[in-house]
Design a protein around this ligand. Structure first.
Ligand SMILES: N[C@@H](CCC(=O)O)C(=O)O
Length: 282
């Protein structure tokens, strides 16, 4: 009895954390896990065949997230981080009751951090996240006196996925998205999409010095550490190498992500249409 339960505890602690996004956005969360939870093993999934999520309907997001969580459970993850604000805004509450694995989203940790920073909060997000008002609701639950302005930024995710971060066109687009927020004299700007911290140098250069930037990725990983402590699931052993998987072209994901990972990742392909078979690439 004692032996089998201690074996099970060990197994659960050593199990990986699942992180998913539509593409390379979740790497901003992965980077925080590497910093804050260096002993954890990770499975990263990017649904690159179906991005951008930010222009999808709630029904589509629910279907995609359901498929990804089913796959994650098959990989025996101990916890999942939805490293995608669009999924967190449109699907988290619904899937939490359907899946037994603990699932964390980015909206609440981001909202808490924003309220701690300022009173005039701007949120840049995908069109679907902005339309859902998820950040506004979460912020007002904490403090109804804070003012919130949200801007949907449809061009950012395609530009980042195409690796056009340093393209002057990207700066031009960023300027137009920030303009209505700067007119409101915001004191805080929330990255309401996990892709956007990849644009940090561009955005920073367009913001007045006093505006604070909130990255929910930092705070969802703080919440993850607390949850693992609470569940007794923190890994005290060495982690296994991160496993990367995508639904689209693995070479494309590898070549875009190398700048943030510092090495070319080996990327697996998951084909949801044919019942979660997967292949390794050379
Ligand atoms: N990383 C994104 C998904 C964006 C997209 O695919 O449009 C998010 O946080 O919402």
């Amino acid at each position: 009895m004692f032996l089998s339960s201690s074996f099970e505890d060990n197994f659960n602690q050593r199990a990986p954390i699942g992180i998913f996004d539509s593409g390379v956005g979740g790497l901003t969360v992965l980077r925080q896990v590497y910093r804050q939870l260096p002993n954890e093993s990770i499975i990263y999934f990017g649904d690159t065949a179906r991005l951008p999520y930010g222009i999808r309907s709630q029904a589509e997001i629910l279907q995609f997230v359901g498929e990804i969580l089913t796959w994650m459970e098959q990989q025996r993850v101990k916890l999942v981080i939805m490293a995608c604000n669009t999924s967190s805004a449109l699907a988290l509450e619904k899937v939490r009751v359907e899946f037994s694995v603990p699932i964390l989203g980015t909206i609440l940790p981001g909202a808490k951090a924003a309220v701690a920073c300022g009173k005039r909060i701007g949120v840049i997000a995908t069109p679907a996240t902005a339309k859902s008002n998820a950040f506004r609701h979460a912020i007002h639950e904490i403090d109804p006196n804070v003012q919130v302005w949200q801007v949907g930024c449809p061009e950012f995710v395609p530009l980042i996925e195409q690796n056009r971060i340093h393209d002057p066109y990207t700066a031009e687009v960023a300027r137009s998205y920030l303009e209505p927020l700067l007119e409101q004299d915001i004191d805080t700007l929330v990255y309401g999409c996990t892709h956007y911290p990849h644009l940090a140098p561009v955005l920073r250069s367009l913001l007045p010095n006093g505006v604070k930037l909130v990255d929910p990725a930092v705070h969802v990983v703080v919440a993850c550490a607390q949850e693992l402590d609470l569940l007794g699931l923190k890994n005290t052993h060495s982690p296994t190498p991160t496993r990367f998987a995508v639904s689209g072209c693995p070479q494309q994901f590898a070549s875009t992500s190398v700048q943030w990972l510092g090495c070319v990742p080996k990327v697996e392909v998951v084909d949801f249409a044919s019942a979660v078979s997967h292949l390794w690439c050379d």
